[in-house]
Design a protein around this ligand. Structure first.
Ligand code: NAD
Ligand code: ZN
Length: 346
């Protein structure tokens, strides 16, 4: 089968590899679509080898069950679904509380194993997954379904945890209207009455934000936090969701969050509030403001995201590519030329 593999830091190749063998508690999935996340670009630029053998990328996987391990109950060939990306232990204190995204087995600051980041991922014709990770999608289209596995899961998780800040009359800022951000704008509209202010560097992205339901779209720059303060009578935004996570957006967030408001940091651009912006709790922070570093989401967040998509309240703007054109798709993502989410079709 064909697979998109990272063979060395910065080196991607489409390689012919064997179809994976499955163990007793696994499923073999025939991939229908695999989303490309900006994290795949971070991985591509990661300076050290992720593991000794080549690694198949892809953590947003939708497909059909091809084969079922001998000890798996309740699953059968032909079922359609997506793969929950937190391959957590399932038995630690956090997992049994439903917080599998912060599984204790992974360690205090690490994340649980994730396809395409340690185990082989879904940018291939087939992928081996633990049966527990399979989540049915009904008749949802594969291209719509794949981005649920991360773009929607992660956005939904960040928003659900901030619901107390999203009362009627509140303002939520979404920074970075890419794969995650354009989904986040729609989720905010679907689950709350908050006013959504979108921020991006690109005009096309701001246009997409408007179509997704943002009331106001602002170009990102040094004056953005002042504009947000002006829009909120000087108070600031009740919640700021940062899907970029660089120094500039961390600073913007601290400068524009309201007293008792919250800053949810999702983007992995390397900006760290408290180091690059203003010490968390320092004099630049309004009283009562909080910051949360948000990873992935829970299994229940994934089920809710799928329900939003199936009800028509969440539609991913999809840019499809053949698996063979993965390099072009990644280059376009890096150049800011993808609208919404690029997905690969094997
Ligand atoms: P993307 O490339 O699709 O979107 C990023 C958007 O940010 C683009 O629209 C771009 O124009 C915009 N942007 C860039 N610089 C900006 C700036 N200075 N101000 C405002 N907007 C700016 O990326 P994505 O796939 O949506 O991922 C976003 C980030 O979230 C990445 O860093 C990714 O690694 C990270 N991520 C984190 C998690 C998590 O669990 N924490 C999960 C998935 C992705
Ligand atoms: Zn991701």
């Amino acid at each position: 089968m064909r697979a998109l593999q990272l063979t060395d830091p910065g080196v991607l190749e489409i390689r012919e590899v064997p179809v994976p063998e499955i163990g007793p508690s696994d499923l073999l999935i025939r991939v229908g679509a695999a989303g490309i996340c900006h994290s795949d670009l971070h991985l591509l630029h990661f300076p050290v080898k992720m593991r000794e053998e080549p690694l198949t990328l892809g953590h947003e996987i939708a497909g059909t069950i091809e084969a079922v391990g001998s000890e798996v109950d309740g699953r059968h060939a032909g079922e359609r679904g997506i793969i929950y990306l937190c391959w957590s232990c399932g038995v630690c204190r956090e997992c049994v509380s439903g917080n599998e995204n912060v599984c204790m087995a992974a360690g205090r600051t690490a994340m649980p194993p994730c396809p395409g980041l340690g185990p082989d991922g879904g940018m291939a014709e087939y992928v081996r997954v633990p049966a527990r990770s399979f989540v049915p999608i009904g008749d949802l289209d594969f291209q719509q379904a794949a981005p649920m596995a991360d773009a929607a899961l992660t956005s939904y998780h960040a928003i659900r945890g901030a619901m107390e800040h999203l009362r009627p009359g509140s303002t939520a800022v979404v920074i970075g209207i890419g794969g995650l951000g354009h989904v986040a704008v729609q989720i905010l509209r679907a689950v709350s009455a908050t006013r959504v202010v979108a921020v991006d560097v690109g005009a096309a992205q701001l246009d997409l934000a408007k179509r997704c339901g943002a009331e106001i779209a602002l170009e990102s720059g040094p004056a953005t936090s002042r504009q947000i303060l002006d829009l909120t009578e000087g108070r600031g935004a009740d919640a700021v969701f940062d899907f970029v996570g660089i120094d500039a957006t961390a600073r913007m967030s601290v400068e524009s969050v309201a007293p008792n408001g919250t800053y949810r940091m999702v983007g992995l651009g390397g900006g760290v509030p408290g180091v690059t912006a203003e010490p968390a709790g320092g004099p630049g922070w309004p009283w009562g403001a909080s910051v949360r570093k948000s990873y992935g989401g829970t299994r229940s967040d994934l089920i809710d995201s799928i329900a939003l998509a199936r009800s028509g309240r969440l539609t991913v703007e999809v840019d499809p590519f053949d698996l063979a054109d993965a390099r072009t798709a990644l280059d376009r993502l890096e150049a800011g030329q993808i609208r919404g989410r690029a997905v690969l079709l094997p």
